[in-house]
Design a protein around this ligand. Structure first.
Ligand code: MG
Length: 478
């Protein structure tokens, strides 16, 4: 016979012994029921353009709520300061210099470009497809508009969107590889992207899904629907951002309504900093220096929010380092998918940061502009070997010794302290030389030159898409 207090002790000991089993069972359950993944990606939104990142007059109640319910990341980067290479990096977990998606002369892909993201690259969509996820890309692709480069060749089941920037002609709207509108009506674009995204979530509510939603805005030219265009204190730019905020709200509300919010990681960020040369039609990097096209902080540090109610602690702020290239490793770990082992990745698992359980494994950042490594960050320190202001400066200014800033003391990069810290510069030079020793950069996809015969066909860019026949258009009343 066991005495009652002894019985309680035995029970307690048994519970202790079982704890690892319970934790392991919870882990197994998570793997058996992996989260949905949603990536919301703005275009040219600046670090200072959201209410929850300090903008005084742009109203972003949905993103502000997302931040209150999730995690704001204040030292989160993209891998390049313009559209095409930044997107290539996010999807592949690799610096663009490793997959050919960067160039010093053609900074992004254009409508006469013949290259694109090589099919051999492994994207987040490929990874999740391999785990049985439904996958959709809704929005701006900009990783090659020829048929062999479109999203459906890179792990996505479906595609709906403008395949490049909204200032490029012809500004066609595609479904799959078929043009369904030319030119696309951009005033309703954000609304239609949103409807498409919501519909995809509803259709796949009973299975794991991956939604990659790269918006075309607030890249210029700016368009907003009648509901938003004249409403913001910040003028048309503010209206465009406020419509994006509304779109985020629609996506999150759909997840809440379907009771998928606790099963879905939603990640919001931007592809590069604000396009400052567009003056009032461009955004703001807040207190950060520079913008789109430059490797100052304003070009590459982004307003970032991660949301997963019940898993990511609410209302947090992380000042740990992270980069869009880390999403591949982070998501792969969450869904228990293997990482590619036949190539160099620039991807760290940020799980500990998102779950509030530890430090970021990322301790450094490399700042590329095209094929040039312009700057490097190690811990709080950033050394600029070269600087180039935005878009229009012809050649970079070389700095030897490099400029050195302590980004946590001096986030605006105002006070060069290089002469006081030669040891820090030596450490950063070592980081760079180790990176360059293992770099086998392939030729640029963006510099594929058009010969006489290819130029003629490339100049017929719009004809390279499949188009609806006149009877199909008539049937749809267009
Ligand atoms: Mg952009």
């Amino acid at each position: 016979m066991i005495h009652a207090s002894a019985s309680r002790r035995v029970g307690f000991l048994l519970a202790l012994l079982c704890c690892p089993l319970v934790a392991a069972a919870a882990d197994e359950e998570k793997k058996a029921d992996p989260p949905n993944i949603v990536i919301l990606f703005a275009d040219d939104l600046g670090y200072g353009d959201l209410g929850c990142f300090g903008h005084p007059t742009i109203a972003t109640p949905n993103l502000d709520r997302m931040a209150r319910e999730g995690l704001r990341l204040t030292q989160f980067y993209v891998a390049e300061c313009v559209c095409t290479p930044s997107r290539a990096a996010l999807l592949t977990g690799r610096l663009p210099i490793r997959n050919g998606m960067c160039s010093d002369t053609k900074r992004v892909l254009f409508t006469d470009s013949l290259g694109g993201l090589p099919e051999g690259e492994i994207t987040i969509a490929d990874t999740l497809k391999g785990k049985g996820y439904a996958t959709a890309c809704v929005g701006k692709w900009h990783l090659g508009h020829l048929p062999q480069f479109l999203p459906t060749r890179q792990g996505f089941d479906s595609y709906y969107g403008i395949p490049y920037s909204n200032d490029m002609k012809p500004t066609v709207l595609l479904r799959g590889a078929t043009v369904i509108e030319d030119p696309a009506d951009q005033t309703t674009l954000t609304k239609r992207y949103t409807a498409e995204a919501v519909s995809f979530i509803r259709q796949n509510r009973d299975q794991p899904f991956f939604l990659y939603m790269p918006h075309n805005f607030p890249h210029v030219p700016l368009f907003a629907s009648d509901d938003f265009k004249d409403k913001s204190l910040r003028g048309l730019y503010g209206g465009v951002v406020e419509e994006l905020d509304w779109s985020v709200g629609q996506v999150l509300d759909t997840l809440r309504e379907l009771e998928l919010d606790k099963k879905t990681l939603v990640f919001f960020t931007s592809d590069n900093g604000p396009w400052l040369i567009k003056n009032r039609n461009g955004g703001s990097a807040g207190l950060l220096r520079g913008g789109k096209g430059s490797t100052w902080e304003g070009g590459m540090r982004e307003p970032t929010i991660a949301w997963w109610p019940g898993t990511i602690p609410a209302g947090g702020v992380s000042r740990e380092l992270g980069c869009t290239t880390d999403l591949l490793a982070t998501i792969s770990a969450l869904v228990d998918a293997p990482l590619p082992d036949d190539r160099v990745l620039d991807s760290y698992d940020l799980g500990p940061v998102l779950l509030g359980k530890g430090e970021s494994p990322r301790k450094s950042m490399l700042y590329y502009r095209g094929r040039k490594l312009m700057a490097a960050r190690l811990g709080p320190w950033k050394a600029h070997f070269m600087t180039q202001a935005g878009y229009r400066q012809a050649n970079p200014e070389v700095h030897d010794p490099p400029l050195l800033f302590h980004l946590e003391h001096d986030p605006s990069e105002k006070y060069n302290v290089a002469k006081d810290h030669p040891d820090v510069i030596a450490d950063i030079r070592k980081l760079v030389s180790e990176h360059e020793a293992n770099l086998n950069a392939p030729p640029s996809q963006m510099e594929i030159r058009q010969t006489g015969s290819t130029r003629a066909s490339a100049n017929r860019g719009s004809r390279r898409f499949t188009r609806r026949t006149s009877s199909e258009r008539a049937a749809r009343g267009k």
